[in-house]
Design a protein around this ligand. Structure first.
Ligand SMILES: [Mn+2]
Length: 441
């Protein structure tokens, strides 16, 4: 279970407020989303709101008022206590709880937001708010902004722009603290153990859905909130559909099974791991050849994820090995540079080799600033996940060899979660085995 550690959140708020330097930020919580009729999807807190508050209720709004003196800067608007509503929907912290437990300098009922927001914002240099994401409050924010613009033209004070909070929060979230690294370790460890469970029980399973049940049941058993994203349980040719989530095909012993799944902890830290294993316990000759190429590309790409490198380098290391491997077996033809520069491999490998991982599975933070590549540094966590997907869904580019039937229906991806460190990268998902000798039985 998640236990609120106020120090962690207070520290984050302090850094954020310092960065705001005279500006007022409005950071809304997520709202429940309708599934059908009067049923809702499980609640998922907004990552920025969570990162700054640790408050896990829907519909709240946090204000960060860096233009105010200390002790008046962190304001929470929350759903007030309501016996009947709590009997139906569950416990709420209410206004008092928001102040006592979550250390708001002042808390109010969310019903008062429209009256109080202009008062709180007054005197700030700029407004910081993510336009387009929170319709329930956006109109009120824009009205205040319009009013402030008018003030500014008359009185010379007031906000004259709305900035995105991402400018301040993305970089903070991209570099993981010691606390966050430990939470990520736990999320990734549970995810890796779930993949091990699949490997060990594959011989007695006969449908993708059973694998999904096994893996997601394990997440819950270990106290995680559930899957971090829709689990991909793709056997045979289904693995060539990158975001396959139907997960309802029978398993065939001659096929491979690609499982891309990770858990989300109660405090929203995520794992994201992919393994591809032989369902019948033995790789065919063709499957083994492709697997070895992907594994080689992945290992080398992981080794290149060191401080001072960047995500494009990691991608290029993997890509070069994939292309050369595919050339060797006659699925690509020509000079490696030409194939890469012209994208002539994209019918076989159509995605990037990785992404940041954190509170969001595709976590926030730029990969490059225009021409400048963001350098990898201590405390970043990224996935490394090359793959090869052989089918005839995408036409073979002109001049490239047609695909022999024997290769079709092979889809392989191997994905690990890598912590960037000063000396060498640490593979946080190493507990999920991936060597051919370990996967065969
Ligand atoms: Mn991934």
């Amino acid at each position: 279970m998640f236990k609120l550690n106020n120090e962690i959140f207070e520290k984050r708020r302090e850094i954020f407020l310092n960065k705001l330097d005279g500006k007022a930020a409005i950071i809304p919580a997520a709202s429940l989303v309708k599934h059908h009729a009067d049923c809702e999807y499980p609640f998922r807190q907004d990552s920025n709101f969570w990162y700054l508050t640790g408050f896990d209720e829907p519909d709240a709004i946090a204000l960060f008022l860096s233009h105010k003196p200390k002790g008046e800067r962190f304001i929470l608007f929350v759903s007030p206590k309501d016996v009947i509503s709590e009997v139906w929907h569950g416990f709420r912290w209410g206004i008092e709880g928001a102040e006592k437990e979550f250390k708001a300098d002042k808390a109010h009922s969310i019903n008062d937001i429209k009256d109080l927001l202009p008062v709180y914002i007054e005197g700030s240099d700029e407004i910081v708010f993510s336009i387009g994401k929170y319709p329930r409050i956006e109109k009120a924010v824009l009205e205040i902004f319009t009013q402030q613009l008018e003030n500014r033209s008359r009185l010379g004070i007031g906000a004259n722009s709305i900035q995105s909070p991402e400018i301040y929060l993305n970089h903070m979230r991209l570099i993981k603290s010691e606390f966050e690294i430990n939470r990520m370790r736990e999320a990734i460890q549970i995810s890796a153990e779930a993949h091990e469970l699949v490997r060990k029980s594959i011989s007695v399973k006969n449908n993708e859905r059973q694998i999904q049940g096994l893996i997601e049941g394990f997440f819950l058993e270990k106290g995680a909130r559930g899957p971090a994203y829709n689990s991909i349980i793709a056997s045979g040719d289904n693995a060539c559909i990158l975001h396959y989530t139907s997960n309802n095909s029978p398993l065939s012993k001659k096929d491979l099974l690609l499982v891309d799944a990770g858990c989300s902890l109660t405090d929203y830290y995520n794992g994201d791991i992919t393994r591809t294993i032989p369902i019948g316990g033995k790789f065919s000759k063709e499957q083994k050849i492709i697997y070895e190429i992907v594994l080689d590309a992945q290992k080398n790409a992981i080794n290149s994820a060191v401080t001072g490198s960047n995500s494009t380098t990691v991608h290029n290391v993997a890509l070069k090995i994939l292309v050369e491997g595919l050339k060797e077996i006659g699925l690509l033809r020509g000079s490696t540079d030409e194939i890469i520069d012209n994208g002539l491999y994209k019918h076989l490998y159509m995605h990037r080799t990785g992404h940041w991982l954190g509170l969001d599975v595709h976590d926030v933070g730029a990969y490059r600033m225009g021409d400048y590549e963001v350098q990898l540094q201590n405390g970043m966590i990224l996935t490394v996940e090359p793959g090869i997907y052989i089918s005839d869904r995408i036409p073979v580019p002109d001049g490239q060899p047609s695909i022999d039937e024997k290769w079709k229906g092979i889809g392989i991806r191997i994905e690990d979660d890598i912590l960037v460190k000063d000396k060498e990268p640490e593979n946080l998902s190493i507990a999920a085995l991936k060597e051919i000798a370990d996967l065969e039985f």
